[in-house]
Design a protein around this ligand. Structure first.
Ligand SMILES: Cc1cc2nc3c(=O)[nH]c(=O)nc-3n(C[C@H](O)[C@H](O)[C@H](O)COP(=O)(O)OP(=O)(O)OC[C@H]3O[C@@H](n4cnc5c(N)ncnc54)[C@H](O)[C@@H]3O)c2cc1C
Length: 426
């Protein structure tokens, strides 16, 4: 017999993309849900970061009814990985992995907006401007205190899903947050290049037009390429270039590239302060001439980078998901993909046994299920940074020979390509 009175089955703390995904996954399930978000819909200029999504994430977003509302989706058919100052390079193609696309590039803002809109017309209680200040679990219930409209309120639930990016972790008894500061920042911007670049014909997965029509069969959204002047054909190649200061990634995004440039904190401040012309010249000097000159840029933004993870990811009546469970370096584009799987698999647990919501048995099942995926994503990403972002001569020889060897080993390439796309279950 349940002697407790509670307000909701589930309170989600944090309405970023992962918290919203969990709320959307539980629509119509009969679970009563309150979603508390401190801010609300951010302005587009606040966050220009791209998200590289795996095929698995696309399937989840389709089921959440979010994918078809995304205004621009650019498939990645080829990933070109190289190391500055070395000869090593490898090319991963969709063919290597045996899939139609290695991933898809979307904007973080577009994902946020589509989810935000989907939440307006459903039975989830969604409170924006609600800042959680305290969470506790007295007498086997989750209790949350939050500020809303200048008033302090309290609310209880059988389970608290903490999706706040890790800000409240210090308040959760029994959970430790591990932090490693990479001493790096990511500078992001949408940039236009003279060329899209090209690869030897054998290395290119499929002509873009073929990919476009294949992918158009499954979704109405694909890249819209409409640059000024003569039509440019988007070959859907992503470039990942490792340098001693950190990796620089250029992801195909419509008629541009989405840049994620990792630099030291001091260099980030310098780069963010440059005018556009000086910024484009500095980027060209750093990345090299593979794509010609960099000719246009959108607004730049900077993000400090650290590895943060919670252990364990569950406590009494509490579960941590998304960046609250693991915040990763963006080098391998795993963070949101992992967070989306956290949300999806938690929703599956809740729907499968509603009587157990928040019970130790449910939390243990969820923790076990997520363990491998989360730690493999974290270790894979962290190892890439350690292997590639330093000046060590021995590591330099190893990474160059490693990249060249990888290029000659189809099985190994397939392994890396699938890992980058699907995580541990790749
Ligand atoms: C430069 C960069 C590039 C990236 N590229 C990729 C990529 O290509 N692919 C990929 O998969 N991932 C990528 N990521 C990672 C991805 O952005 C994150 O994993 C994802 O945004 C995490 O979402 P989240 O909802 O867990 O957390 P967050 O986005 O941090 O959201 C947390 C939410 O909680 C709210 N909140 C915080 N505190 C409180 C409180 N006390 N009360 C109420 N609400 C609160 C915040 O307002 C916010 O809305 C990248 C990250 C960066 C920085």
């Amino acid at each position: 017999m349940n002697i407790h009175h509670y307000d909701y089955d589930l309170i989600i703390i944090g309405g970023g993309p992962v918290g919203m995904a969990l709320a959307l996954a539980l629509r119509g399930s009969g679970t009563s849900v309150l979603l508390l978000e401190a801010r609300g819909m951010p302005a587009k200029t606040e966050d220009s970061r791209p998200l590289a999504l795996s095929h698995g994430s696309r399937l989840i977003l389709q089921r959440l009814g979010v994918w078809d509302a995304l205004p621009e989706v650019t498939p990645i058919l080829t990933i070109h990985i190289s190391s500055r100052g070395g000869f090593g390079r490898t090319v991963l193609t969709a063919d290597d992995a045996g899939v139609p696309a290695l991933g898809y590039v979307v904007s973080h803002h577009d994902v946020f907006r589509s989810m935000h809109e989907a939440l307006q017309n459903c039975n989830v209680d969604y409170l924006e401007g609600a800042q959680v200040t305290r969470l506790e679990t007295p007498a086997g219930l989750g209790e949350v205190e939050f500020q809303h409209g200048g008033i302090t309120k309290k609310v209880t639930a059988r389970l608290l899903a903490v999706a706040d990016g890790g800000r409240l972790t210090g308040q959760i008894e029994g959970v430790t947050q591990h932090v490693h500061d990479y001493q790096q920042w990511a500078v992001v911007a949408r940039v236009k290049t003279e060329r899209f670049g090209s690869l030897p014909p054998a290395a290119v997965a499929k002509p873009f037009t073929a990919a476009l029509s294949r992918s158009a069969k499954r979704t109405s959204q694909t890249t819209k390429v409409n640059g000024n002047g003569p039509a440019r054909t988007q070959p859907s190649i992503a470039y990942e270039r490792f340098t001693p200061d950190g990796p620089v990634a250029l992801l195909p995004s419509g008629d541009r590239f989405a840049l994620v440039w990792t630099v030291s904190p001091a260099a980030a401040q310098e780069i963010l302060a440059l005018d556009d012309t000086a910024f484009l010249a500095r980027l060209h000097g750093h990345f090299g001439d593979r794509l010609g000159k960099f000719i246009e840029t959108g607004k730049r933004a900077g993000f400090p980078l650290a590895l943060k993870y919670a252990a364990p990811v569950t406590a009494c009546r509490v579960v941590l998901i998304g960046n609250a469970a693991q915040t990763l370096h963006p080098v391998a584009g795993q963070g949101f993909n992992l967070g989306l799987r956290d949300a999806w698999e938690l929703a599956e647990e809740i729907i499968a046994s509603p009587a157990d919501i928040g019970a130790p048995v449910m939390l243990a099942r969820y923790g076990d299920k997520r363990q491998t995926d989360s730690s493999v994503g974290r270790i894979f990403t962290d190892s890439l940074i350690k292997l590639f972002s330093n000046d060590d001569l021995v590591l330099g020889v190893l990474r160059n020979s490693g990249l060249s060897a990888l290029d000659c080993l189809p099985q190994a390439k397939r392994f890396v390509a699938r890992r980058m796309m699907f995580g541990a279950r790749g």
